[in-house]
Design a protein around this ligand. Structure first.
Ligand code: BYC
Length: 313
């Protein structure tokens, strides 16, 4: 079959909502886009463990500590499902991890911000996981089968993450004046970076058009960001807190909340490696990888011994 016919058939399959599976024919650009997005997503989960891991030993109670440990472990699991999904497209996990460690691969801008107080654990759960869920619910219907299936489980766990974050902030918001101030401060610092998670404006988004045609993405960056704003404006009222944007205003004509301009200069600086914690995050990942080398070597040596024993038997 000619390339043109293969591409036509491929698009027909997408249009009929038939999932693309690893051994199916696919355009090279579709494969590449999925490897890029899924591996970036996996890296985000893994790097995302760092800002929260920072608070495990300082959680204010046994209950909070147990919840935080569970959440961070879930994120490790999400990273692993996603690396496995990306590997089905023919790129090895080693390659993807090397690209992360060398600084070649991207991961979500949000994890380059510091977690300064305990309230940040609540704000990350409520806002960062809240933003992530909106994006990820859409990805449960993405066209590449292994990615879509990985997302179903991830979304279930992610919704627990968001609830625990909101509940933790709710406790602080009903606490002492210091706790209330800490809660508001965390919301102030995480609000704008959370809006940036959705990526550049649609007009600046280089990948969106093609990804929408291939149904890798089903909603644009701006559509998801708007849903997030609409949701957060209502939820922040329950906390008795405010969002740090004087331009937030209900727009009766569009039935959405209008909001202020994102600092895109800051966004691109963070994406390009110059955010507050980029260097720290990569150094931590590289260190962990180096220190874990013996575990990988031991696992390989054990597998080789087992295989040799089975062969001899
Ligand atoms: N940060 O054309 P665009 C989590 C890049 S973790 C950095 O719109 P696309 C959690 C983009 O890659 C959840 N880079 O791209 C874990 C592209 O550059 P390249 C993370 C960004 O792919 C622990 C360029 O900008 N979620 O839940 O169509 C604790 C132009 O953008 C960002 C995912 O990864 C950014 N924020 O759309 C708590 C979801 N935004 O690659 C929580 C999967 C954009 O061409 N990913 N860029 O060099 C996606 O849905 C899409 O990749 C995006 C961007 C919506 C993020």
């Amino acid at each position: 079959m000619q390339l043109h016919d293969l591409e036509k058939k491929f698009q027909e399959k997408i249009d009929k909502e038939i999932k693309i599976e690893p051994k199916d024919w696919m355009p090279e650009a579709y494969r590449k886009t999925n490897v890029r997005q899924i591996s970036q997503h996996a890296h985000s989960e893994i790097v995302g463990m760092l800002p929260e891991g920072n608070w495990i030993s300082r959680a204010p109670s046994l209950k909070r500590k147990a919840i935080l440990i569970a959440k961070v472990q879930d994120e490790a699991g999400h990273g692993l499902y996603l690396y496995s999904a990306a590997e089905t497209l023919g790129t090895s996990r080693e390659q993807m991890i090397d690209d992360l460690h060398s600084g070649k691969a991207k991961y979500s801008s949000i994890f380059n911000y510091p977690t300064l107080t305990w309230a940040d654990m609540g704000a990350v759960g409520w806002l960062v996981d809240g933003a992530a869920i909106l994006n990820q619910v859409m990805l449960c219907r993405t066209s590449y089968g292994p990615y879509a299936r990985a997302m179903v489980r991830i979304c279930k766990e992610e919704s627990f993450h968001q609830r625990q974050g909101f509940e933790s902030l709710l406790v602080l918001s009903r606490g002492t004046p210091e706790q209330k101030a800490m809660c508001q401060d965390a919301i102030n610092r995480w609000w704008w970076p959370s809006l940036m998670m959705f990526g550049p404006k649609d007009s600046e988004s280089t990948n969106s058009d093609q990804s929408m045609k291939w149904k890798i993405k089903r909603k644009t960056n701006d559509e998801l960001r708007q849903s997030f704003v609409n949701m957060a404006v209502e939820q922040v009222k329950l906390l008795g807190m405010t969002l740090p944007d004087p331009d937030l205003k209900w727009n009766e004509a569009t039935k959405n909340y209008d909001f202020g301009e994102i600092n895109w200069e800051e966004f691109w600086a963070v994406v390009k490696g110059n955010g507050p914690c980029n260097k720290q995050r990569l150094a931590a990942r590289n260190k962990a990888h180096k220190e874990g080398a013996w575990v990988r070597e031991a696992a390989l040596a054990y597998a080789a011994k087992k295989a040799a024993r089975e062969k001899a038997a």
